[in-house]
Design a protein around this ligand. Sequence first.
Ligand code: MN
Length: 311
Amino acid sequence: MSHAVVKATEQQMRTIKARYSRSLIEPPPQGALFQAKVDQCTITGYKSGKVLFQGKNAEEEAAKAKGTRQTEKKTKPADVGKHSYAPPKTIAEMNVIGSDETGTGDYFGPITVAACYIQTDEIKNIEALGVRDSKTLTDTRIKTIAPDIVNRCTYSLMTLHNKKYNQLQESGMNQGQMKAMLHQQAINNVHAKLQSEQTEAEAVLIDQFVKPETYFTYLRKSGGLQIPDIPLYFATKAEAMHPAVACASIIARYAFIQEIDQLSVHYGITLPKGAGPPVDKAANEFIRLYGTDTLKSVTKWHFNNTNKALN
Ligand code: MN
């Protein structure tokens, strides 16, 4: 039987434990912080900061723990440079909170933002559901797979309804600011849920909509939000980098579709997505039936569509 020892800081210990959250043995042996058993390997983390790997797959599992340490080193503030927010090559093998949004370009309906946590041992199951970027999936497909994702994942959904959106917009807040607030709030909610389950993500990956510097400026402008002490990465097309972002995009899209469907049923008009000519037509019809105030309550009022509908 082979064995390996890895030295870990408190933070690394939490991360390693989180990696095995589904295989923990309770209670852990005396003097140990945790013990887990996976295929051909028993992992024991000690209060001394040592993690012991025992069994045929000891070396393999220990290498993963070392990988955790290396990626953490890369993200130390001392290394902060031009590309410090670009995700590491190993991102696909990490336990990640991903976030994405929907509805920002749609005249009707809210903005929805979701953050979702996917750990490495769930990735295969999630991919088997057919998870991809929500933009490449039809509404029907999203309605089919979203409930499964919601059931399997720790997630948070933020919905910014039109009334509040229009208030914020009229008070001078731009969409970027709103999105920054919503993304960070959703991420923080997931982080808090994980903490209550004694788990921690190894990284946060945001589907990038502004430069990272601008994101932080927006957060400060909006009164500031605490950012969890986990490496934070930004990337465009992040759905393709980690299923956590793809799942977040599907959850956000699913919520948006449901909102639009509910509004359509409530008002008896099919409210089209986007901001093109069919939207103008529906807006016109909407005013005729319910008046401009009601139209405002279901739209992003500052869009050009408003002027077209009023004329
Ligand atoms: Mn996006």
